[in-house]
Design a protein around this ligand. Sequence first.
Ligand code: ATP
Ligand code: MG
Length: 414
Amino acid sequence: MSKLQPVRGTHDLLPDRARAFRRVADTARTVAGRYGYHEMATPIFEFSEVFKRTLGDTSDIVTKEMYTFSDRSGAEVTLRPEGTAGVARAVISGGLAQHMPLKYFYAGPMFRYERPQKGRLRQFHQIGVELLGVAEPLGDVEVIALGAAILQELGVAGQTTLELNTLGNAGSREAYRGVLVDYLEARRDELSEDSVSRLGRNPLRVLDSKDPGDRAVVAEAPLLSDSLDAESAEFFASVRAGLDRLGIAYTLNPRLVRGLDYYCHTAFEFTTDALGAQGAVIAGGRYDGLVAQMGGPETAGIGWAGGIERLSMLADEPAPPPRPIALVPIGPEAEVETLAIADRLRRAGLVVELGYRGNLKRRLSRADRLNARAAVLVGEDELARDVATVRDLDSGEQEEIALSALAGRLAAFS
Ligand code: ATP
Ligand code: MG
């Protein structure tokens, strides 16, 4: 029988990586909390309809990337490819829309059937925020500023650039759509199959195609900014004024789009060139029509999602875990007593490692391998006097400490 392998595009998170991931999520959660965004979690799978309705049936995710299966009752369910759809579903099914504005943070695994490569996996992890019920440009500014603050706190702000665009309101997009389709139709022969099939349904998606042929055509396409009406231009000016006031630098990227009808106004990405082709670390935008599209009330919304894999590759190594105290019983009688001492020390908050077997030498060399800060040697004659020997493993110095004072003395080592 062949050996069992992890599924392609999935990774085990061994402790070092788990710690790096947790640092990203914990930092993001803490900073989001300061902005009044609190954590929520939706199920890892939903009825497929939740994603089909929100992502649209021409998106890459829905056409090629979803992990969809029938459960035992025949219901068609999908492992979530992203977080916003589930949050919007929760807002509707939980009747939360009456408590606007809603401000949520989430972190967790997402699933997409993609071609695995560095920074692109089939099970990956995202942090994200959603702000619902705020139609004002201040909401856009806050959400972007929150992303920037998290990047700052992670120490990666210097490696990222904020790219910004506006899709305008529905009228502006409608006007642009006409101009764009005329242009693309004229160069139809040069477009990829995917783009041709999008032409009729959501031509804006062609603008962010990664196909080189499409890109050449797109490079000369008319700009959406030339189709903006006064209201849309004013909205965008307010967003930019807010970012300017906060000193958040950005570059305008007129090709940055999201193709679905409910996306409007602000679209943005924090990108890096430190990770090769996988440049986007945080991506987001305004999605005012999404909740209504799912059958809920008309609700403004804006948010972003960031890739934990990519963010943790940019960020510094997190602090190492605390160095443990190694307990070393000498002789069989001492062994069970050491258990009780370890238990007391752990309850006092210390990190304690217990050798499970071996003589003094072997246990001390294990303490070294664990990078222990100190060893507590517990022999029978010491136990008889209610003391233990504490050895500082960095300096080699030793002292005898009363068992009752042990936790206090060892605290000085951590
Ligand atoms: P890309 O253009 O890289 O495919 P996307 O537009 O599909 O990204 P979003 O759906 O906006 O990405 O997801 C937000 C963020 O999640 C991305 O910016 C990225 O950091 C991360 N991400 C998306 N897909 C993956 C993946 N397969 N593996 C790892 N991280 C991912
Ligand atoms: Mg993608």
